[in-house]
Design a protein around this ligand. Structure first.
Ligand SMILES: [Zn+2]
Length: 147
């Protein structure tokens, strides 16, 4: 029995936190990238657009719904544009694998998958850097913290 199956049996599926792949917070795809808030006292956090956060240290509250929706949507568009590349590559690999399978060329699939994975493994750091640069140069907002 795997560790995962044991955990599930002990706590039940609802008590098990969903496993995350990579570094992204939950809801990034549906709700957009998180916004980083640095409080006047120096404390930092990340929240989703439209939510407010109250600093645990000094009690100031920060409302991200004051950020213009149109400016945040520009960031979302950048995020979606950068998501398109891995999705397109994945679909391309699946299409080529289906072609190889349907033409009876199973050895092509055996060769395709490691080549595709290695290519993405090599491309991914540069892709991520470009994405982070594109997001970072978009906007910085100065909100007013409510005491
Ligand atoms: Zn604070």
């Amino acid at each position: 029995m795997s560790a995962r199956a044991r955990r599930r049996r002990r706590g039940g599926p609802s008590s098990e936190p969903r496993e995350r792949i990579g570094h992204e917070a939950p809801g990034v795809i549906r709700h957009g990238p998180p916004l980083s808030i640095t409080c006047s006292c120096g404390r930092k956090t990340s929240v989703s657009f439209g939510t407010s956060w109250t600093c645990e240290s000094c009690g100031r509250s920060w409302d991200t719904s004051r950020i213009p929706r149109s400016e945040y949507d520009q960031i979302r568009r950048v995020q979606i544009r950068f998501r398109a590349l891995p999705v397109t590559l994945g679909l391309l690999v699946v299409t080529i694998a289906a072609f190889f399978t349907l033409t009876g060329n199973a050895s092509g699939v055996v060769l395709l998958l490691p080549v595709a994975l290695l290519s993405w493994f090599l491309m991914r750091p540069a892709h991520r850097r470009r994405y982070e640069r594109a997001i970072a140069k978009r906007h910085n907002w100065t909100l007013r913290g409510e005491p």
